[in-house]
Design a protein around this ligand. Structure first.
Ligand code: GLA
Length: 434
């Protein structure tokens, strides 16, 4: 029986409301950027009390920028006003060594465009993130996945298929004519930019990877203005001597060290599908998040297997370090030029978003944002649900009980309350008594 796509998310009120992360971490001395996520009728005025020295707030758009040199925890009181009212909320800014104090939220090109990604498409995604209002709910990162470098040996004329100039500097393929311009554009919208590479000679898609150029590539990412790196194991498994933890960590540690010396905060995602129980050493290898699974696809088998298999990993998640059961498969997806509406039913999509929020998983939408339908938009803009994901305590939910196909998962929140999810993984209707 076909399910109706019933929208459950209430419309955001016209009065001001502050959404998104309540805690934000940055390193001293590096460029700082935090866009206050807020709903309500525009125009609005933003105010912030208690900002650390070095930061300023743009009262018209809510972007907090600058550089803070002094480590510390700064409790800031945010206020927001429009013609209909006023809202206040605390924001804790922690200047120290930790980034990603809440799970990253954003978009990634893979589940929609895959090898067909281009600078134009990434720019359009960034603009859509703002135009559709996702930015007002905390959505921030615009991440390029594989296929921005050349395919070695391919006929990209200007590069002779080498993909690096005589000094070893990476040259993107012709579909990405201006990386720095792209990052500037993304930043001007109040968003952040992400990039992808592999520690091996080739990426998973057979494009140029970063093997032996780690430091130089990290410098280039920082120079272009990237804020996030997904580092995908792929062909590095040909280089590893064995499957010992030391060998598994090695490529990730060397990129960690290369990123650490950049004068830029770059979130670091270890993409190696959970090999060698990455959750147990991902933090040590510098990861802000690490993939714990193989690739997701838009079927219930895939989503339910990946999501529910996170049980047992909850003790490894904490502010700055997140288990990543892969990206979201709602909206128009397709891994190439031909997109289709996700094959998940509406209720499976509710389960997907609910579970990923309870799991404190990174939330990276993998659909074409320029073709976002109302139902998908509603799934991605339920602030009460997103707060469960972004809660400052950073506790990942675990399974508390199971009875056949029905399961109860829960997590503690910073304010002492409990967030719970009641799931029916089977095909049958169940009656639940609370
Ligand atoms: C792997 C990753 C995917 C994607 C592709 C790109 O399969 O797990 O998320 O990055 O590589 O080729």
């Amino acid at each position: 029986m076909k399910e109706d796509a019933v929208i459950l998310t209430p419309n955001a009120p016209s009065t001001p409301r502050i959404n998104g992360a309540r805690v934000f971490g940055a390193r001293p001395g590096n460029p700082f950027m935090f866009a206050i996520a807020a709903t309500g009728d525009r125009p609005m005025r933003f105010f912030a009390n208690g900002l650390p020295n070095g930061l300023k707030l743009d009262a018209a758009n809510g972007f907090i920028t600058g550089v803070v040199n002094k480590k510390g925890t700064y409790n800031v009181r945010l206020t927001l006003e429009n013609s209909l009212g006023r809202a206040e909320r605390d924001l804790r800014i922690i200047i120290g060594d930790k980034l990603a104090l809440t799970p990253p939220m954003g978009w990634n090109s893979w589940n929609c465009f895959a090898h067909d990604v281009s600078q134009d498409k990434v720019e359009s995604a960034a603009h859509a993130m703002v135009q559709k209002g996702l930015i007002n709910h905390g959505w921030t990162y615009i991440n390029i996945d594989d296929y921005w470098t050349v395919k070695p040996g391919s006929k990209d004329l200007t590069l002779q298929g080498r993909g690096r100039d005589e000094n070893g500097r990476m040259i993107p393929n012709p579909r990405f004519p201006d990386m720095r311009g792209l990052c500037n554009e993304i930043h001007s919208l109040g968003l952040k930019a992400g990039i992808y590479s592999s520690p091996g000679p080739l990426t998973c898609g057979g494009c140029l990877g970063g093997y032996k150029y780690e430091l130089q590539d990290a410098e280039l990412y920082a120079e272009w203005g990237f804020d996030y790196l997904k580092y995908d194991l792929c062909s590095y498994d040909m280089i590893s001597k064995d499957k010992s933890i030391g060998e598994l960590m090695k490529p990730y540690v060397s990129m960690r060290d290369a990123l650490r010396v950049q004068k830029r905060d770059i979130l670091y995602n270890l993409c190696q599908y959970g090999i060698g129980n990455v959750s147990t050493w991902g933090d040590k290898a510098g990861g802000n998040s690490w993939r714990t699974t193989g690739d997701i696809t838009d079927t219930w088998e895939s989503v339910s297997w990946l999501g529910f298999s996170q049980n047992g990993l909850e003790s490894y998640a904490k502010p700055g370090n997140w288990n990543d059961p892969d990206m979201l498969v709602v909206g128009n997806v397709g891994w190439g030029p031909n997109l289709h509406p996700t094959r998940l039913t509406p209720n499976e999509q509710y389960t997907h978003i609910t579970l990923w929020c309870l799991l404190c998983a990174p939330l990276l939408v993998g659909c074409d944002l320029t073709r976002l339908d109302d139902f998908t938009l509603s799934l991605l803009t339920n602030d009460e649900v997103l707060e469960v994901n972004q809660d400052p305590l950073g506790q990942q939910a675990a399974r508390r009980s199971q009875n056949g196909d029905t399961e109860v998962w829960s997590k503690e929140m910073e304010d002492g309350s409990t967030a719970a999810g009641l799931f029916n993984r089977g095909e049958d209707k169940v009656s639940v008594t609370a």
